[in-house]
Design a protein around this ligand. Structure first.
Ligand code: ZN
Length: 133
């Protein structure tokens, strides 16, 4: 994979529309999405990891404009926000000392991802209702 692809791309127009209400401009501008490449040490059962402003996702893990994809990127953008607001790899690892699901950073990321996906689902339903009238 070329270096450009490893450095990732900024959020595209439709992602900005979906996530703008939930994240600061800093997160919207700084986040980079790297698809089809993850660090070698990532556990096999993990489909994505965030390091600083970069979101690394396995090939095919992120399906844009699907409920699951919207939830996944919402979760990972929350980690970008956490990094931009002072979280470090060390403080993240420390937060997981009682288990991944006990980490306050993960609890926040799962809650955000679920909320954004719920809103996305609601918005899509409204759009389909309008277009079926
Ligand atoms: Zn997470």
């Amino acid at each position: 994979m070329c270096m450009q692809a490893k450095h990732g791309r900024p959020l595209n127009v439709s992602e900005r529309l979906i996530y703008q209400p939930y994240f600061s401009n800093l997160v919207m501008e700084q986040a980079r999405i790297v698809e089809g490449y993850v660090p070698f040490w990532l556990k096999r059962d993990m489909c994505a990891v965030v390091l600083g402003r970069r979101i690394y996702m396995r090939a095919g893990a992120y399906q844009a404009n699907t409920l699951r994809g919207v939830e996944l990127l919402g979760h990972e953008l929350t980690h970008v926000s956490q990094f931009l607001h002072g979280m470090t790899i060390l403080s993240y690892l420390w937060s997981c000392r009682y288990g991944y699901h006990q980490s306050p950073f993960e609890i926040e990321a799962y809650a955000n991802g679920a909320r954004i996906a719920l809103d996305f689902n609601y918005n899509m339903l409204q759009i389909s209702k309008i277009s079926n009238q």
